[in-house]
Design a protein. Structure first.
Length: 237
C-alpha cells in the first residue's frame, strides 16, 4: 500500500513537472515569438527611420545646392546688371561729351562767323572811307559809270523767270544821277525782261558812295560799292 502510494506520488510529481514544463515551454515560445515580432517591428521602424533620414538629408542637400545655384545666378545677374549700368553710364557720358563738343563747335562757329562779319564790316567801312578820301570827283564819276554799265549787263544776263512779278515801274537809287544813255539802256533792258514798258523812278543817295540799286517786281538788284566789296571779301576767305 505504501509502495502504491509512493508510486502514485511519483507519477503525480512527474505529471506536474511535465505539465509545468509544457506550460513553461508554451509561454517561453510565446514570449520568444513576441520578442521576435517586436525585434522585426523595431528593425522595420529603424529601416523606415533611416530611409526618412536619408531622404531628409538628400532633400536638405538638394535645397542647399539649389540655394547655391540661385545665389550664383543672382550674383551673375548682378554682375551683368552692373556691367550694363556701367556701359549705359559710359554711353551717356560719351553722348554728353559729344553733345558738349558739338555745342562748343556750334558756339565756336557762331563766334567765328560773328568775328568774320565784324571784320568784313570794318574792312568794307575802311575801304569805303579810303575810296571816298582818295578818289577825285572825276574818279568817282568814272567809277559810277562803270557801276551803272555793270548792273545793266548783270540784269541782261538774268533769266526771264526771275521777273515773274510784273511791274511798270522800277526804283533806281544811285549815288550820282544817271546819264541819258544809261537811263535809256537800263529802262530798255528792264522793259525787255518784264515784257512791257518800265518807267524809272530815280532817287539820289550820296551815302552809297558809289553804285546803285534797282528795285523792280519785288526784286532788288544791288550794284553798290558796298555790295561789290562784300563779294570781293567773301572770295578772299
Amino acid at each position: 500500500m505504501l509502495i502504491q502510494l509512493l508510486i502514485l506520488q511519483v507519477i503525480t510529481f512527474v505529471a506536474v513537472v511535465l505539465l509545468l514544463r509544457f506550460l513553461f515551454s508554451n509561454h517561453l515560445k510565446s514570449a520568444l515569438s513576441r520578442l521576435n515580432m517586436l525585434h522585426e517591428e523595431n528593425l522595420a521602424k529603424e529601416e523606415e527611420l533611416n530611409s526618412e533620414l536619408k531622404r531628409a538629408k538628400e532633400e536638405s542637400q538638394a535645397q542647399i545646392q539649389r540655394g547655391k545655384e540661385d545665389a550664383e545666378l543672382i550674383i551673375e545677374e548682378a554682375h551683368k546688371e552692373a556691367a550694363r549700368a556701367s556701359l549705359d553710364m559710359e554711353i551717356q557720358a560719351k553722348a554728353q561729351v559729344d553733345k558738349i563738343i558739338a555745342e562748343g563747335k556750334i558756339e565756336a562757329e557762331k563766334l567765328k562767323e560773328s568775328v568774320v562779319k565784324n571784320i568784313q564790316a570794318q574792312s568794307i567801312e575802311l575801304a569805303s572811307k579810303l575810296i571816298t578820301e582818295l578818289l577825285t570827283e572825276i574818279d568817282k564819276t568814272a567809277l559810277q559809270h562803270e557801276f551803272v554799265n555793270s548792273i545793266i549787263q548783270e540784269i541782261s544776263r538774268l533769266p526771264q523767270e526771275q521777273f515773274s512779278i510784273k511791274s511798270s515801274q522800277a526804283k533806281v537809287t544811285s549815288s550820282l544821277p544817271l546819264l541819258d544813255r544809261q537811263r535809256e539802256e537800263l529802262a530798255s533792258v528792264l522793259s525787255n525782261k518784264m515784257g512791257s514798258s518800265v518807267e524809272l523812278i530815280e532817287e539820289l543817295n550820296v551815302k552809297l558812295i558809289g553804285g546803285l540799286t534797282v528795285e523792280v517786281g519785288g526784286m532788288i538788284i544791288d550794284g553798290t560799292l558796298k555790295n561789290k566789296l562784300q563779294r570781293i571779301i567773301a572770295h578772299l576767305k
